[in-house]
Write a protein that binds this ligand. Structure first.
Ligand code: NAD
Ligand code: UGA
Length: 483
């Protein structure tokens, strides 16, 4: 077997993970492949205009691209060339048929498995990088090792061997801190079959994460388990994190009703080392491509195994999250004299969190749609996510007939404006709603913003990232989460 690596799927997970693997393993060739030609062209772009924004990513790609990291659409050639195949294709929530709205849609995974089987020219280690339901590896093994002339090989001295060994190596990086998380992970998890061939495959992947010079992940942080534990750990870890966010948001509502301050409550709770301070920030609810889909997947798995009470428990985490966004709109409604029609609201931040351009499942999307239903005139500003915001809201857009190519578009019910300029977004607005905690928002000239708005001017800081006393001093009416 050779040491070269192909990763199928050049998305948020495949791109950054493989860039760092290539950096830390200069002795290996790493090829990232995808069916999406535009995405691969962006990864290969001469000016490093990469398809995703992630702090520090461009530096790593500059360092290794063309040396030992390559991006390509020739999946067949890469599968033939490399004996270690990572699969990082998307696994969205299934929107049709059995399990619709909950189960994982595994069609991309299965078609990848069938391609690997068709193109492989010898034994391969197949590594699940995508987040998958427990026991997916069994299905993949069944497809890959389905009996035919090529499904088994004889290795001298070892008798019959499986042609494909499927491992689970889920990824725990968070967007916005991907490079930091990859360079210094809390742990790396590798699940493999509990036989000699499985353990040899696990060792081969452990070697990657140790780095060529044994200078990457310390061995004690590389945890190995059976495949099912690895698959389930990933879902469980995301569900626990999502559950903490929903729990603190449930407390936030109570704080608003009672005069307690959620940041104070969280700080003191988090000082207990058994609870810990992380993931206790109340806000607009969690977004991102994974929390909702992975919790729903857990719900589906619990239901499938007849564990209905457990399924209901995890489903409440999602319901609480949806409720948090509905609450933002009802609080705005109340604070703005029970009518929002034709008022202008500036949305500060559309990304699901700071330091990313990703808008998948962003709470801002839900809030914008609810406000649009109320015939609000919306202005959306974000430093990195405007292109995605426009795509996400495309169904709301009618032809741009009146503006002759400017960036504001005509909407069915009320116009939505997209601008990188926060001051333009706030001009003549009745309210600013801060949906993403971009670090420059507190440093904006809030006196200037106030002066340009209609009065009374409201700021709803859903992330509690602004100085509310200073804002009140300027004349703003201020709403926060959990206060
Ligand atoms: P993504 O949509 O950004 O990227 C997936 C890529 O796979 C796309 O570019 C798509 O074109 C490609 N693809 C789909 N089918 C293909 C095929 N048959 N052959 C070749 N390429 C194909 O998704 P992502 O955010 O990178 O997530 C991928 C997986 O990683 C998901 O299971 C997700 O849950 C998991 N994950 C994501 C993150 C994250 O931060 N985004 C973190 C941990 C785990
Ligand atoms: C999350 C996990 O943190 C990663 O470990 C995991 O690998 C990843 O999902 C995945 O599987 O995709 P990510 O979604 O990128 O990472 O970002 P997080 O930092 O976890 O934030 C998720 C959402 O929760 C964001 O909308 C964030 O604003 C929100 N959040 C987070 C809060 O509202 N409060 C908090 O205290 C923490």
């Amino acid at each position: 077997m050779n040491k070269d690596i192909v990763c199928i799927g050049a998305g948020y997970i495949g791109g950054p993970t493989m860039a760092v693997i290539a950096k830390m393993n200069p002795d290996r060739k790493v090829i990232v492949v995808d069916i999406n030609e535009k995405r691969i062209a962006a990864w290969n772009s001469a000016d490093f205009d990469l398809p995703i924004y992630e702090p520090g990513l461009v530096d790593v790609v500059r360092e290794v691209r063309g040396k030992n990291l390559f991006f390509s659409t020739d999946i067949e050639a890469a599968v033939k060339e490399c004996d270690i195949i990572f699969v990082g294709v998307n696994t969205p929530t299934k929107m049709f048929g059995k399990g619709a709205g909950r189960a994982s849609d595994l069609q991309y995974w299965e078609s990848t498995a069938r391609n690997i089987k068709a193109w492989a020219n010898g034994p391969k280690i197949v590594v699940e990088k995508s987040t998958l339901p427990v026991r997916t590896a069994a299905a993949m093994e069944a497809i890959l090792n389905a009996q035919d002339a090529r499904s088994e090989v004889k290795v001298e001295g070892q008798g019959q061997q499986r042609n494909f060994t499927v491992l689970s190596n889920p990824e725990f990086l968070a967007e916005g801190t991907a490079i930091k998380d990859l360079m210094n992970p809390d742990r790396v998890l590798i699940g493999g079959p509990q036989d000699a061939q499985g353990q040899a495959a696990v060792d081969a992947v452990v070697e990657i994460y140790e780095g060529a010079a044994k200078n990457w992940v310390p061995r004690e942080k590389i945890l190995t388990t059976n495949v099912w534990s690895a698959e389930l750990t990933k879902l469980a870890a995301n569900a626990f994190l999502a559950q903490r966010v929903s729990s603190i948001n449930a407390i936030a509502g109570l704080c608003e009703a009672t005069g307690a301050d959620v940041d104070e409550v969280a700080k003191v709770m988090g000082a207990d080392h058994r609870i810990g301070p992380k993931f206790l920030k109340a806000g607009p609810g969690f977004g991102g491509s994974c929390f909702k889909k992975d919790v729903l997947n857990l719900v589906y798995l619990c239901e499938s195994f007849g564990l209905h009470t457990a399924a209901e428990y995890w489903h409440e985490v999602i319901k609480m999250n949806d409720h948090q966004q509905e609450r933002i709109v009802s609080r705005l409604f109340k604070a703005m004299f029970n009518t929002l029609a034709n008022k202008k609201i500036a949305i500060f931040g559309f990304a699901f969190k700071a330091d990313t351009g990703d808008t998948r499942e962003t709470p801002a999307g839900t809030v914008v749609r609810l406000l649009h239903d109320e015939h609000v005139r919306l202005a959306i500003t974000d430093p990195k996510a405007l292109a995605n915001a426009k795509k996400d809201l495309a169904d709301l857009i009618e032809e741009d007939i009146s503006t002759g190519g400017s960036d504001s578009r005509i909407f069915k019910q009320a116009p939505i404006e997209f601008t990188e300029d926060e001051y333009a977004a706030a001009r003549d607005a009745d309210a600013i709603v801060v949906m993403t905690d971009w670090c420059h928002y507190p440093t904006l000239d809030w006196a200037r913003l106030y002066a340009s708005m209609r009065k009374p001017a409201l700021v709803f800081d859903t992330r509690n990232c602004l100085d509310s006393a200073a804002l009140k001093g300027l004349g703003f009416k201020v709403l926060q989460t959990g206060k």
